[in-house]
Write a protein that binds this ligand. Structure first.
Ligand code: GLA
Length: 711
């Protein structure tokens, strides 16, 4: 056993994390901008000596990585246990630290009275993102129930007084709200059995003065697709902490001797230079460490998805016709959405019977696949494996294969129930059904994996709450499909964006950001998602002229410029496209194809939104090129729109400036657009002096391209 030092330092290129171990429990002592060698441990210790307050503890209870009742902590415990005895009052003592490099450390604590071991693992990556998890192990012979085991709790400095949350609903995910920290606890709990539309498991804590480009902020994201809790609490003695955990059901985790439970991984990052830098760090991390390099290194093809085009109205000739049109306007992959399998003529029947419906496809899918691939497009297909309609052969044969709770009636939700994936036979059945389709049609290169209801009744076959095991079983089933069919990419969809998190992204390759194809709503959804999720993962489609969700009618140019900054696709009935709209799609997909390397690998720079515009840019890592989007949402309050100051460029480099979208713009009166196009400007002129924006109608998106010249 090593002797426990007073302080442990771990660091990334920009961040220092100092853990205080003086009171035999690991505590975040400093977490912020990297410290130089001018600072030593004594300074950090002395400068924070606190005196005994009136009518309070002589020494504050440490706000440790797992603050517990047994340590005397009166905030929310990081670990809550029960057994027949005294496990409820766990309070472990730090006994060992494993540190093999300066980027990581594991802290091992043991409660010898209760025979419980707690390990905290902290690992920095070169992208300045920290992975943190807590593991609890039962060393005794009595069963130990884990009620809660949060990922490491982070003490947050007291000038961080704002909480930014990510919330929404179906078709309006990832809306951001910043509120003031208050005495007491900000808590978000999600019991939907999936990541959820309404409570994304992420939070950004920041100062009142932090903006996109300046100020301090901390981002926390729990990589988990089941139930979860976020808590940010200001204690009366002026200490704040952030704590995130899987929200466990009653009796869900019971540990026998030597068994252990690990919290989901908490991803944490810090920026001293605003929210953009924080997001860039998360994006770099995901691109480097989470995405499957097999797909990430390839250009992301333009999708065509059939859902909003034809819904359940499948027919091979029609689908072939759609494929021919979309191939002509730039699509590169055709995704056959819901409606291809047995009995699935509406959303009332068929889920669970994953065989091709012979009534609709008498010759199977091959004629359609041959047509699609003959046009040069890839082929993808939709599944919703975790669900079953009561009106299905599967349910008629196995009515007991669903999650349920004894004596409680099921709750209606899109006429479907949730299969109990904690049963091996259910996973085997689903694996075989999916794998049979992929084997019969080896041209299938893509699965849209959907999950369209909340899990209200979480009881498994043993009557125990099963969301923990169910979530792991979903991950395992996806992995099993991938292992057998390694060339198949998988998209995570859950009625749009209800299953987007770094947990599911370790198993999938793209997310369906939202069911809303309304370009204006999409801009704000994509903006919110961009705090943690990089653009290459966010599916975004050019939707129908009149949006099916909001009924807003949107110009094609705006729909295209919104979709091209993510993983672009289209999703409408292309038979309705006018010649002009088809040409716009050809031009738009062409711009996407020419710039997708930049869009999917560059640094994102959002602009602070004034409610009238949602603007952003993407700058290549080497600063050689950039794209900037000015999106007018509503009429400006003044007669002129504001000055647009570019960001992230090299000040002393010269850039060629071109407006590349829309290809035609009808202007009120001649603007600078007639003068600047193709001209050269210094980075500092573009960033410091800025460019007068032209007057455009609301619902317009302009895209500017900058290319560094050698002049
Ligand atoms: C969900 C998805 C949609 C579509 C439908 C099909 O709502 O989010 O994109 O696939 O299911 O039923």
């Amino acid at each position: 056993m090593n002797q426990v030092p007073n302080f442990v330092h771990i660091k990334s290129p920009k961040i220092s994390l100092v853990i205080d171990c003086r009171r035999n429990t690991p505590v975040v002592h400093y977490f912020g901008k990297i410290l130089s060698s001018a600072t030593n441990d004594d300074m950090l210790a002395e400068l924070h000596v606190r005196q005994e307050p009136k009518c309070a503890l002589v020494h504050e209870v440490p706000l440790s990585l797992s603050p517990c009742l047994g340590n005397g902590f009166t905030g929310h415990p990081g670990i809550s246990l029960s057994d027949q005895g005294v496990a409820w009052s766990v309070g472990a003592e730090l006994v060992d630290i494993e540190q093999i490099d300066s980027n990581s450390a594991t802290f091992i604590s043991v409660d010898e009275v209760r025979n419980i071991k707690i390990s905290h693992s902290l690992t920095f990556d070169s992208s300045n993102v920290l992975k943190a998890s807590t593991t609890i192990q039962n060393l005794g012979s009595t069963d130990l129930t884990v009620n809660d085991c949060a990922a490491p709790t982070f003490a947050v400095p007291d000038h961080i007084t704002k909480i930014m949350s990510f919330e929404g609903r179906w078709s309006y995910e990832f809306q951001t709200t910043s509120i003031d920290l208050f005495l007491g606890a900000y808590t978000r709990e999600n019991r939907k059995g999936k990541t959820s539309h309404d409570n994304f498991p992420g939070v950004v804590l920041h100062t009142p003065h932090t903006t996109e480009d300046q100020g301090e902020c901390y981002g926390f994201h729990l990589a988990w697709s089941g139930n979860h809790r976020t808590r940010v609490e200001l204690l009366p003695e002026q200490r704040t902490y952030a704590q995130m955990s899987e929200l466990l059901g009653s009796g869900e985790i019971v540990l026998g001797k030597d068994e252990s439970y690990s919290s989901p991984v908490l991803y944490v990052s810090y920026s001293s230079e605003g929210l953009n830098q924080l997001s860039q760090q998360f994006h770099d991390y995901v691109r480097k460490e989470i995405l499957n390099p097999q797909f990430h290194s390839l250009p992301r093809p333009v999708h065509y998805n059939t859902w909003e085009g034809i819904y359940f109205d499948h027919d091979t000739d029609t689908l072939k016709q759609l494929a021919s049109i979309v191939a002509d306007v730039g699509a590169e992959r055709f995704v056959l959405d819901d409606g291809w399998f047995k009995g699935r003529r509406t959303d009332r029947a068929g889920l669970g019977d994953w065989i091709v419906d012979k009534d609709v496809y008498p010759d199977g899918l091959q004629p359609l696949i041959d047509h699609v691939t003959g046009l040069g497009l890839g082929f993808g297909i939709w599944f919703e494996p975790e669900m079953v309609n009561p009106d299905s052969d599967l349910f008629r044969q196995h009515p007991d294969w669903v999650l349920s709770t004894l004596g409680n009636p099921q709750i209606d939700f899109r006429h479907q129930l949730v299969l109990d994936l904690t049963r091996k036979e259910v996973c085997d059945y689903l694996f075989n059904q999916i794998s049979d389709i992929l084997t019969e049609y080896p041209q299938i290169e893509y699965i849209k994996w959907d999950m369209n209801r909340d899990i209200n009744h979480t009881g498994d076959q043993h009557g125990v709450s099963g969301i923990h095991k169910q979530t792991l079983a979903v991950y395992a089933l996806i992995d099993r499909v991938k292992e057998r069919h390694p060339a198949v990419e998988i998209e995570s969809c859950s009625s749009g964006g209800a299953r987007i998190d770094y947990g599911v992204l370790q198993h999938t390759d793209r997310v369906w950001t939202s069911d809303s194809n309304d370009a204006l709503d999409r801009l704000s959804i994509q903006r919110g998602a961009s705090f943690f999720i990089p653009s290459n993962l966010l599916g975004s489609h050019v939707g129908p002229r009149d949006c099916h969700i909001t009924r807003r009618i949107m110009p094609i140019d705006m729909r295209i410029s919104t979709a091209m900054f993510c993983h672009m696709g289209m999703e409408m009935d292309p038979r309705e496209l006018t010649e002009e709209e088809k040409q716009a799609l050809r031009d738009g997909t062409d711009i996407y194809k020419k710039n997708r390397h930049l869009i999917h690998n560059g640094d994102l720079y959002r602009y602070d939104s004034d409610g009238q515009n949602i603007n952003f840019g993407i700058v290549a890592k080497d600063k050689s090129e950039a794209l900037f989007a000015y999106n007018s949402i509503i009429e400006t309050r003044r007669t002129q729109p504001p000055i647009f100051r570019y960001k992230g460029l090299l000040a002393d480099a010269i850039y060629e400036l071109k407006m590349i979208w829309p290809t035609k713009l009808n202007e009120y009166s001649p603007s600078l657009l007639n003068i600047i196009d193709g001209k050269h400007y210094s980075g500092e002129a573009l960033m410091q002096f800025g460019m007068q924006l032209p007057i455009v109608c609301p619902q317009s998106g302009l895209v500017f391209k900058l290319t560094k010249t050698t002049i």
